[in-house]
Design a protein around this ligand. Structure first.
Ligand SMILES: Cc1cc2nc3c(=O)[nH]c(=O)nc-3n(C[C@H](O)[C@H](O)[C@H](O)COP(=O)(O)OP(=O)(O)OC[C@H]3O[C@@H](n4cnc5c(N)ncnc54)[C@H](O)[C@@H]3O)c2cc1C
Length: 455
């Protein structure tokens, strides 16, 4: 039986339940009646909303980072006008979506209403496509009109770099994305993947992992485990091959390898150092440095890059050879864009923050994006109050379900500090011992996160 949101909230920890209740209480200034309208009949060539005297912070992207930033800026800097621009009408969570693929949770569990939370906290949610960011004039252009800002928070998530494989061959790139979506950007791809899994009758199921950094590095392994569990519990004669660009499973490598071997050893093969060289979506073949194979279905993950908006804002860094790094170049402590202190970048789009080879990038995780939103809110509040903000760093925590019956998970925790040389360091603790207790912790974590973003 899938768990629905009501059962889940009822079963959530006392701490998170009381958090939800406390946060949900409306105040006189933030009730729905006093909230501005979210659906504007704009015109792309006109101002979307006139700018008043209050400092205006425009948050671009309403995912894990942007939602956290919008709410926290309103709470920490109530004098600011906050506008959240997001293309989707409804929030869809990638975390927990692997469990949704195999019917452990239902769709309601992943989706949330943008409007209610914006009304509750008094920021303005406008559903629109951001088409251009002009930093010289401090103006964001959207499908509904333009918007001037004093401070900008970019939280655009990721985009796929299909051109790495397909160059200008759009037909092949589009066929790959349409027929074999990676489902790492919400949410139409997730529905397509779920349909493909539920219709799968047997044969070769292939999944690739792109070169790092990628969004949520452990989640493809979780997905492979749950697909294998689905095959077993539905008597589907399928074989799963994981083609990993990396030379080994990480993070939580021991825990995942044990799950692959002990639970799915007869149907799951893990292949390291499998660099994708060619994909033919029509003949259903994939060629990698570790060998070629034909597939009946594939979950094809093109390399990840910072979302389009980071490119539109000119925030993407450049390598010594002049090519783009693919990720936003930021001050690693203040999260401001290099060369423009009025633009903050948060979440998955953030580029390299440390020279240490075992770290380099913050994990591209919702937990980190949520913390980034809170951190830049505090930075902005201090700045608007005329004070210099104190540096804050995120943490990260991630649970991965590896077995559906009994439900068992493994986990990883990351902590960050600044060392004596001023360099950011990462400490990683893998919890490889798969057990049911971690599944309950996972659901409590998600309740806390959703409570934080939507209550
Ligand atoms: C299968 C899977 C499992 C995962 N599991 C976990 C987990 O267990 N724990 C965890 O911490 N993380 C997990 N993650 C990672 C997590 O989803 C991301 O790290 C998180 O979403 C990043 O937040 P973000 O705000 O940077 O980007 P997003 O959440 O992607 O938000 C970006 C937003 O910007 C909007 N946007 C982009 N461009 C435009 C535009 N031009 N106009 C208007 N709007 C725009 C998008 O619509 C989107 O809503 C998982 C991811 C996947 C795919």
């Amino acid at each position: 039986m899938p768990i629905d949101r009501r059962q889940f909230l009822a079963g959530a920890a006392g701490a998170s339940a009381s958090l939800l209740t406390a946060c949900a209480a409306p105040t006189a200034s933030n009730t729905a009646a006093s909230a501005p309208l979210p659906f504007l009949v704009g015109s792309p060539s006109e101002a979307l909303i006139a700018k008043g005297k209050a400092p205006r912070v425009v948050v671009c992207g309403g995912g894990w980072g942007g939602l956290s930033a919008a709410k926290n800026i309103r709470q920490m800097a109530p004098q600011a006008e906050v506008v959240l621009l997001e293309r989707n009408p409804v929030f869809f969570s990638c975390p927990m979506s692997n469990k949704w693929l195999v019917d452990i949770v239902d769709s309601q569990f992943l989706t949330h209403d943008y409007l209610q939370v914006s009304e509750r906290h008094g920021y303005r949610f406008i559903q629109s496509e951001i088409t251009q960011i002009d930093r010289d004039t401090k103006r964001v252009h959207t499908s509904l009109g333009h918007l001037d800002y004093d401070l900008l928070v970019l939280a655009p998530g990721i985009r796929y770099g299909y051109e790495t494989w397909f160059g200008n061959d759009r037909r092949a790139a589009e066929a790959t994305r349409a027929r074999f979506p990676g489902a790492y950007i919400p949410n139409a791809e997730h529905y397509a993947l779920k349909r493909a899994l539920h219709a799968f009758k047997g044969g070769e199921w292939v999944m690739n992992l792109p070169p790092p950094p990628q969004r949520c590095p452990p989640s493809p392994y979780e997905r492979a485990c749950l697909v294998a569990w689905w095959f077993k519990t539905h008597n589907i004669k399928g074989r799963i091959t994981i083609l990993d660009h990396k030379d080994g499973v990480r993070p939580i490598g021991v825990g995942f390898r044990e799950a692959f071997r002990d639970l799915y050893g007869d149907i799951l093969t893990y292949v390291p150092n499998a660099h994708v060289q060619e994909i033919d979506p029509f003949a259903q073949r994939i060629k990698t440095s570790a060998g070629d194979m034909k597939f009946d279905h594939a979950v094809i993950m093109a390399p990840h890059q910072a979302g389009d908006l980071a490119w539109k804002a000119g925030a993407v860094g450049t390598r010594p050879d002049g090519k783009p790094t693919g990720w936003a170049d930021v001050d690693n402590k203040m999260l401001t864009m290099k060369g423009d202190d009025d633009v903050y970048v948060i979440g998955d789009a953030v580029g390299q923050v440390s020279p240490l080879p075992n770290f380099l990038f913050y994990p591209k995780a919702g937990h980190v994006a949520n913390a980034h939103g809170r951190i830049v809110a505090r930075y902005i509040a201090e700045r608007l109050a005329g004070r210099a903000p104190k540096v804050e760093l995120p943490d990260n925590l991630c649970y991965m379900l590896v077995n559906g019956s009994p439900r068992e998970a493994i986990a990883v925790q990351f902590d960050y500090r600044i060392n004596d040389q001023g360099i950011l360091e990462q400490a990683q603790i893998d919890d490889n011992d798969r057990r049911e207790a971690l599944v309950s912790e996972d659901f409590r974590w998600y309740a806390r996160m959703m409570g934080d973003l939507f209550s």
